[in-house]
Design a protein around this ligand. Structure first.
Ligand code: GRF
Length: 212
C-alpha cells in the first residue's frame, strides 16, 4: 500500500479541515512558510463551523479558507461538498486538525490513505472526546499525541508518529492540554514530512521506513 500523495506532480497540496481555533493548522502553515516542509503547499483550509477562529487566521496568513457549514446538512451532503472543494483545490493530502465531525465510511475510504488526523493522547489510550481529561482521571503518568491515518474506526487508523508528554502532579486539564498542544504542533509537521517523503510504508498496522 502506498501512502505518499500523488507523486506524478511536483509537490504536495495540503487541505486542512478544522472546526475551531486552528492552532495545528497554523503550525502546519508556519512550517510550510518557513520551508520546513519542502514541496508542500497549503491549498485550502476548510471549516465546518462558520465562526471558527482558524478561518480568519488562515486568511490572515494568505491562505484560501472556506467555511462549509455542516449544521443543517446531512453527513452525506456535507461530505460531498467537502470532497468537491478538496478536488477543486487539487488537494493531495488532507489533514484533520481539530475537525469535530464524524466521517462516513465512504469519505474515509475515498481519502483514508491520503488523510491524517491528530489526537491528543497516545492512542489507543483515551480515544474520543476530552482525551487529556481522560488521561488525568485515569491516573496516567505519561500522555502525548498521535498523528494517524484515518480509517472508518474513530481514532483507529495506522499510527504515523507519536510524541509523549509527562503528566505532572499539579496538572489540570488546561495545563496538560496546553503542554500536549505544543507537542501536537511539532508532531503534525514531523508526521507530514514522513508521509510526503515517500520513504515510509504501511506494513500491517506499522508505519515503517522502507528498505533500500
Ligand atoms: C487539538 O488538541 C487536537 O488534537 C484535537 O482538537 C484540538 C484542536 O486544536 N483533535 P486546534 O484547533 O488545532 O488549536
Amino acid at each position: 500500500m502506498t501512502t505518499s500523495p500523488d507523486s506524478t506532480r511536483n509537490g504536495t497540496r495540503i487541505g486542512i479541515l478544522i472546526s475551531g481555533r486552528g492552532s495545528n493548522a497554523m503550525a502546519i502553515l508556519r512550517a510550510v512558510q518557513e520551508g520546513r516542509l519542502p514541496g508542500c503547499e497549503i491549498a485550502v483550509v476548510i471549516s465546518n463551523i462558520a465562526g471558527a477562529g482558524g478561518i480568519e487566521a488562515a486568511r490572515g496568513a494568505g491562505v484560501p479558507a472556506v467555511a462549509l457549514e455542516s449544521k443543517g446538512r446531512s453527513r452525506a451532503e456535507h461530505e460531498q461538498a467537502v470532497t468537491a472543494l478538496l478536488e477543486k483545490f487539487r488537494v493531495d493530502l488532507v489533514c484533520l486538525a481539530g475537525y469535530m465531525r464524524l466521517l462516513s465510511a465512504e469519505f474515509t475510504q475515498r481519502w483514508g490513505s491520503r488523510m491524517l488526523n491528530i489526537h491528543p493522547s497516545l492512542l489507543p489510550a483515551f480515544a474520543g472526546l476530552h482525551a487529556q481529561r481522560q488521561a488525568l482521571e485515569y491516573g496516567a503518568q505519561v500522555t502525548g499525541c498521535t498523528v494517524h491515518f484515518v480509517n472508518e474506526v474513530m481514532d483507529g487508523g495506522v499510527i504515523v508518529l507519536q510524541r509523549t508528554c509527562e503528566i505532572l502532579p499539579e496538572d489540570t486539564e488546561d495545563t496538560l492540554s496546553a503542554r500536549v498542544l505544543r507537542e501536537e504542533h511539532q508532531a503534525y509537521v514531523e508526521a507530514i514530512a514522513r508521509v510526503v517523503s515517500g520513504e515510509y510504508e504501511v506494513v500491517g498496522r506499522r508505519y515503517l521506513k522502507s528498505e533500500g
